[in-house]
Design a protein around this ligand. Structure first.
Ligand code: DC
Length: 219
């Protein structure tokens, strides 16, 4: 079974998807982490994203694996990149990288292959619209911009990074604008997705809303 969770930055997708997967015994695939991984590798290997052959070479030689042991950790080419991909440098660059059709084709295929024949919760921007348009369950999370920025600020403070609320809100709005206006697979709600506004909801409430609906269809 595929559960698709989409939505803008900071809407609560990752935390919700992680716990929904845990409660149901499903695998959690964070597709945003994969786009971030490609952005990180382009930076590390100084790849010019406008050079199609360089980019294709990088894409062909990149492998991902989500750890089943250590939560939702992502390994790229055998290395745990979970922390590095949350850097400001990667966050600022990832919308540009994820707008490229070659990158999307490669990662969409990768995501379909990874989810083949298993029970999985996939989260991202285009899961319910493009990656799995026939997913049994589709959710679209939204939240007020102030709440989204506040959540991100707390995450960053926990890592020792100091950024103002205004800077975070600006970066998020900018990323949402780029993600929802790009030509290939823009961020948008699938017509048949259930919209959940997570403003003011606790993580437990967000998770339970989804788990209750899914459990009704399993029983
Ligand atoms: O979920 P996130 O904020 O970590 O995602 C990082 C970026 O990756 C996001 O700004 C857009 C891109 N992305 C995408 O284009 N398609 C997805 N399915 C997931 C993420």
């Amino acid at each position: 079974m595929v559960i698709a969770i989409d939505g803008p930055a900071g809407s609560g997708k990752s935390t919700t998807a992680k716990f929904v997967a845990e409660k149901l015994g499903f695998i959690h695939i964070n597709t945003g982490a994969m786009y971030r991984g490609i952005a990180l590798k382009c930076i590390q290997e100084d790849v010019n994203i406008e050079n199609v052959s360089q980019l294709n070479n990088l894409l062909t030689h990149t492998e991902f694996e989500f750890s089943r042991e250590s939560g939702s950790a992502l390994f790229m080419d055998g290395v745990d990149i979970s922390t590095e991909i949350t850097s400001v440098q990667v966050t600022d660059f990832v919308s540009q990288v994820s707008a490229i059709s070659e990158v999307r084709e490669k990662l969409v295929q990768y995501q379909r292959d990874m989810a083949e024949g298993i029970d999985v919760v996939l989260e991202g921007r285009d899961i319910g619209t493009v990656v799995f348009p026939n997913a049994e369950h589709k959710y679209y999370l939204v939240a007020d911009i102030n709440e989204r920025a506040n959540r991100r600020k707390k995450e960053m403070e926990a890592k020792g990074e100091v950024v103002t609320l205004e800077e975070i809100a600006f970066e998020m709005k900018e990323r949402d604008r780029k993600d929802s206006t790009r030509k290939h697979s823009p961020l948008k709600k699938a017509e048949d997705a259930v919209e959940i506004d997570t403003t003011g909801l606790s993580i437990e409430e967000q998770v339970n809303r989804i788990v209750e609906i899914v459990n009704k269809t399993i029983k």
